[in-house]
Design a protein. Structure first.
Length: 221
């Protein structure tokens, strides 16, 4: 506004307050410089604010693309992309587990979907608290999860999964004063070639299905 006022005075020799014209013209250079500094600072601030907002939005978008919103675990799409890109890596032993929450439909029907969501969140937290640092946990779909344990043999994977089941049994989720009991059935398979990861997941799924048909709440290897 000051720059506009100065322009009116210096270019058009016009001012709403003629008695101040000499004073304004005397300090016009200083006011112009200050106006320029303020303008540049404002532009820098707004640009920086825009870039920060853009980065935050992009990070949220990337997170939502790669993660399951409810559980915070990786989603199936992201996991399969990683594994397909890793097929040419040096072959090394690893374990794959397919995990399914027992009687989840019954939990939803009895206690409601909100409680079902709390159960899935509790299962996910138990998984994350038990997995080795380089392991990957994936929400495969519905109440199913896949655990990828690189450089972990069958015996080590069994220790991890038993630890998970123990922590899962300690979860205290209540619905109107009634405790919701959470158990899971797990199929475990150990492989050597990343290129065959889909086959190992299929085998783990078959073992999971067998466990479901023979008592549930167990690890089948």
């Amino acid at each position: 506004m000051l720059a506009v006022a100065i322009s009116l005075i210096s270019v058009f020799n016009y001012s709403l307050y003629p008695e101040l014209m000499d004073l304004v013209l005397l300090h016009s250079s200083f006011v112009k410089v200050m106006n320029l500094i303020i303008t540049l600072f404002s532009l820098f601030y707004l640009t920086n604010l825009y870039l920060v907002e853009l980065k935050t939005t992009r990070e949220k978008l990337d997170y939502n693309i790669n993660h399951d919103v409810l559980t915070g675990l990786y989603n199936r799409r992201f996991f399969e992309g990683i594994m397909k890109r890793s097929k040419e890596e040096k072959e090394t032993s690893y374990s794959v587990a397919m995990l399914d929450v027992d009687d989840f439909k019954k939990i939803n029907d009895t206690y409601g979907h909100e409680t079902g969501d709390r159960v899935l969140a509790a299962v996910s937290k138990c998984i994350e608290s038990c997995l080795p640092e380089n392991a990957v946990a994936v929400r495969w779909g519905g109440e199913e999860f896949v655990l990828y344990l690189p450089q972990v043999d069958s015996a080590q994977a069994l220790d991890v999964l038993n630890d998970f089941r123990a922590k899962l049994s300690e979860q205290e989720i209540y619905h109107k004063g009634t405790r919701v009991v959470i158990t899971a059935t797990i199929g475990l398979c150990t492989g050597e070639s990343i290129a065959d990861y889909e086959e190992y997941i299929r085998q783990a799924d078959e073992k999971l299905y067998w466990g479901k048909q023979h008592g549930k709440n167990q690890i089948v290897k």
